[in-house]
Design a protein around this ligand. Structure first.
Ligand code: COI
Length: 354
């Protein structure tokens, strides 16, 4: 007997689903979702349900106060029968840290894995087989108590939804340097994967998209000087042939892809540096030729080259190289993620047999 309940509608939902050719990122919803609820200090038995709308009090803290943290990870099935995950324990740990920062209950590792495995197993036939495509899993935890009182909920819901996807963006990104709005400040929740961080970024990201860019590049809150991250992606800079990325100072999401690239780059012989990087250092470096390349990375983005950094007045800065180091790292990382190459780091993990 399964450790979770399977709704009678699941079989029909799965039968009725066909994988379209065009996937985009998040355009196509997998036909099932997993849900468990927290009440009186304990998690309920999980349920696998057909994908669909959920009931939430309009006054729930998730909606009123953004009491919500989430994760993003992928299941792969390129050239292999059995799906595999990439460093899923890291997502589980990060979700626990995000929950702790927001003072929400921790989703235990067994519950986290039950959720992602139930959805992945049921959707195995819909995991794209082409390189660069995968099943994106979005576990999330939200406060469901119907109350305006400024304290945490006493009831929560943990869910896993999923989407067969391509990479978040096709081709090289144009990014807008955001010099006014702030995403996260020291002591805030910048390093938690909290919905509120994304809410704070949406105005700048929407303005970036309206200007023909993909996303905004955030600077530190105190001085608007040091680079933090892109909304939803970490950033790397190649200076004098070495890799530099902003240090994790509490305001930046500790990306699993970021960490993997640092390890992978070192194994490929690159020197790596995690430090404060002023936006002027990058711009001056592009002018002098010291900074040859800039790229973004994340679970959704994989490794995406950046072709130009834009100011709001239309001036822009274009590094001479686009997708040179990034391509090498992306190909090496994807080959491990998709199990086309050996995995010396022990990063991939089979979907367990039910
Ligand atoms: C991810 O890469 O998993 C993210 O959360 C990025 C998302 C905002 C599209």
């Amino acid at each position: 007997m399964s450790a979770y309940d399977v709704d009678p509608g699941v079989a029909a939902a799965v039968r009725g689903f066909t994988l379209p050719e065009k996937l985009g990122f998040g355009l196509v919803n997998a036909p099932v979702m997993y849900s468990a609820t927290w009440r009186e200090g304990a998690w309920s038995r999980g349920q696998l349900l057909p994908y669909g709308p959920i009931e939430l009090w309009p006054g729930s803290r998730a909606l009123q106060y953004a009491e919500l943290v989430f994760e993003g990870l992928k299941a792969y099935r390129v050239g292999q029968e059995r799906p595999s995950f990439f460093r899923p324990e890291e997502n589980c740990r990060r979700m626990a840290r995000s929950a702790a920062r927001m003072s929400m209950p921790v989703v235990s590792e067994p519950l986290f894995f039950e959720g992602i495995e139930a959805v992945t197993r049921t959707c195995s036939d819909f995991i794209p087989r082409q390189s660069g495509r995968s099943l994106y899993l979005r576990p999330f935890l939200c406060g469901t108590e119907n109350s305006y009182l400024l304290k945490n909920s006493s009831t929560f819901r943990f869910m896993v939804i999923a989407n067969p996807v391509e990479a978040y963006a096709a081709g090289a990104l144009k990014v807008t340097i955001e010099r006014t709005d702030v995403r996260a400040a020291a002591g805030g929740i910048g390093e938690a994967k909290a919905a509120a961080n994304y809410a704070a970024s949406l105005r700048a990201s929407t303005a970036a998209v309206n200007r023909g860019c993909t996303v905004a590049l955030w600077l530190d809150a105190a001085h608007h000087r040091d680079v933090q991250e892109l909304s939803g992606m970490n950033v790397f800079v190649v200076i004098d042939g070495e890799l530099h990325t902003p240090a994790l100072d509490g305001t930046i999401l500790p990306g699993v892809t970021r960490d993997s690239l640092l390890q992978l780059a070192r194994s490929l012989g690159y020197a790596t540096h995690e430090r404060r990087i002023a936006i002027d250092e990058i711009i001056d470096g592009i002018r002098s030729g010291a900074c040859t390349e800039v790229f973004a990375c994340g679970t959704a983005a994989i490794v995406s080259p950046i072709e130009s950094l834009w100011e709001s007045d239309g001036r822009h800065h274009s590094p001479p190289n686009v997708d040179v180091v990034a391509k090498r790292l992306r190909e090496s990382l994807l080959a491990i993620q998709e199990r086309r190459a050996p995995d010396p780091f022990g990063w991939t993990r089979d979907l367990s047999i039910a």
